[in-house]
Ligand binder design. Sequence first.
Ligand code: ASP
Length: 319
Amino acid sequence: MTNQPGVPSFPHRHLLAIEGLQPSEITFLLDEAEQWVDAGRRARKHDDRLQGLTQINAFFENSTRTLLSFEIAGKRLGADVVNLAAGASSLKKGETLLDTALTLNAMRPDVIVIRHESSGAVALIAEKVDCPVLNAGDGRHEHPTQALLDALTIRRRKGGLEGLRVAICGDILHSRVARSNFHLLTALGAEIRAVAPPTLMPFDVERFGVTPFTDMDAGLEGADVVMMLRLQLERMDGAYVPSTREYFRTFGLTRSRLAAAKPDVLVMHPGPMNRGVEIDSAVADDIQRSAIAEQVEMGVAVRMACLDVLTRERRGDSR
Ligand code: ASP
């Protein structure tokens, strides 16, 4: 789709969610990320278009790959990247979210990346600061760059998303990854199946335009892509599954269970993986089908694209 002259291809100040984005805006971000995949495969990876800009990564909830990925992305673009780690923050000392926002803002950053355990907290901070904000995961709500990197991975492997059958399996109830993917993949024309035990299936899941399955074997039937989710024990306030062993028996992705999917099925997982709980090692390490390492690679490219696009206006750069 071509854009009208004078109308920016991504007319948003922040990236807080996939919900509400136009398919053309999503495709624009994915197209922008392609150049950074190529750049990342070269020995010299720097571009420096964010030189002199300050990027704060404020992570109020633990993270390994997302924090590292945003740090690498910012550094490859030449930004001065500063990380604020959860344990060290004043939030733990009782500071309110708004005071945290004002403090971050007073450092005059040019872009802030935020992860927070509460749904909606990132949007709240975004209202109080003078620079673009990227949501790196807020509670169970959304994780937009994860969905973008998943889409980029699928698009590169399958040539497109339209008409693909994607089974998103596991702890859907607690998963921001599932929510962002529901919005993105349906917007780009994929057929989505939400596969989970009844206790881990949101009661209103159909409002996302997805088809629920409480039987794993039926849900995997004819799938082009199987996306596994981690059992998010830290978000559970009771017993949602009888035991992890029982869960693996009924919802774990094994080779024999995967036989119901298409022969060229792509297996994905956002990480961190619990081997032997939601996925068997033989599937996770199957180099023909598993795209798990590729997802991590695409993550850096997608985050470079988002950081670049969101800071264009303040850089006075239309690139
Ligand atoms: N890393 C993803 C997230 O932050 C998935 C997970 O934690 O299971 O939501």
